[in-house]
Design a protein around this ligand. Structure first.
Ligand code: A3P
Length: 346
């Protein structure tokens, strides 16, 4: 097993044991080399992360950067659009014209595109210059794109704070969004089946076991949340919950507006709520990741990126055994922290 460390990236990068990696690659067919665990918390990422770890950790952060950070499927896209529109004084014209993927480079996406898959996508799109350009753009290391982007920059990431530049919070703003892990798991299961970079091929029950045993990308889930939760009072951190957006979107928008120093009229708020509603989101080409389907990264006729958009849908997927397992797992992970999901409070 290879363990590496270098001067530009202080955390340990430890290869996942070959037998475990082999087994996982049978279920997650988008990965072809293996996986690593990073730092003392052992964050689980594809092998290719090793190439980008230091570039991300040492990237230049600008004071007017805005990062939207989350564990995947926690409402990142929803939050991104909300944050972008608030920060840009409700400029719907630009938000509708420029896809979210261009407005927000996805910091670590390139490490999820294994060279084998990248080659496959190239072959499949080689009849169109435009698609090849698009493919190059979405699979290029985002640190390279960001270095050339004018300010203010908007950045999407699913990395926990400890893998991001250490001065991030003292320099730029971070909006972190968290969601009930049971809904996250159901939603991420669907995405793992439709994204060919992940290529998950088994059922939900097995997936759930990978997820809670930290054998899945960006886990351990609770450590990810706790890192941001601990910084929630930092003036440059805004910590949101998906369930809070779901329950009272105008109040959540007001929190974002306060954080970014903006004020809006009731009419402006109403219009923004309408724009951000799940039905409008599904049909909004600028946010619904159609580009990924066009390039074949999302399977044709598969689950859409914007899916049901409701809180509590996990109940349809969990049998009694899994429900009990989830209760225990959540209680265990919440016992040493004051992190609480607002919708689970009495
Ligand atoms: P579901 O799969 O449970 O529907 P992310 O953007 O982090 O990948 O999160 C995706 C989840 O957020 C999906 O959850 C998606 O449907 C939901 N979502 C996206 N836009 C939404 C909106 N406007 N309103 C409610 N939920 C939304």
């Amino acid at each position: 097993m290879e363990i590496s460390k270098n001067n530009n990236f202080p955390l340990e990068l430890k290869d996942v044991e070959p037998e475990t990696a082999e087994l996982l690659m049978k279920y997650f067919t988008g990965e072809h080399t293996g996986f690593v665990r990073v730092g003392p918390k052992g964050y689980f990422l594809p092998h290719k992360y090793k190439q980008e770890a230091s570039n991300i950790y040492n990237m230049e952060v600008r004071p007017d950067d805005i990062f939207v950070d989350s564990y995947p499927r926690s409402g990142t896209t929803w939050t991104q659009e909300l944050v972008w529109l608030v920060a840009n004084d409700l400029d719907y014209e630009t938000s509708n014209a420029i896809p979210l993927t261009e407005r927000y480079p996805f910091l670590e996406f390139s490490v999820f595109v294994h060279p084998v898959m990248k080659k496959r996508f190239y072959m499949e799109n080689c009849d169109s210059e435009r698609k090849l350009k698009l493919l190059e753009f979405v699979t290029q290391p985002a640190t390279e794109q960001l270095a050339l982007m004018p300010s203010p920059r908007f950045i999407k990431t699913h990395l926990p704070l400890s893998l991001l530049p250490p001065k991030l919070l003292d320099t730029a703003k971070v909006v972190y969004v968290a969601r009930d892990p049971r809904d996250v798991a159901v939603s991420f299961y669907h995405l793992n089946r439709s994204m060919r970079t992940q290529g998950y091929v088994d059922d939900f029950k097995n997936y759930w076991n990978f997820f809670i045993n930290d054998l899945h990308h960006w886990t351990p889930y609770f450590e990810h949340l706790k890192e941001s939760w601990e910084k929630r009072h930092h003036p440059n951190m805004l910590f949101l919950f998906y369930e809070e957006l779901s329950k009272d979107l105008p109040a959540a928008i007001r929190r974002v507006a306060d954080f970014l120093g903006k004020t809006f009229t009731t009419e402006q708020l109403d219009k923004l709520c309408d724009h951000l509603s799940i039905d409008n989101f599904k049909n909004n080409k600028s946010v619904n990741y159609d580009v990924m389907r066009e390039l074949g990264i999302l399977i044709p006729n598969g689950q859409s990126f914007i899916r049901k958009g409701k809180a509590g849908g996990w109940r349809d997927y969990f049998d009694e055994e899994m429900t009990n397992q989830a209760d225990k797992w959540m209680a265990k992970n919440l016992q040493d922290t004051d992190l609480r999901f607002p919708h689970l409070q009495a």
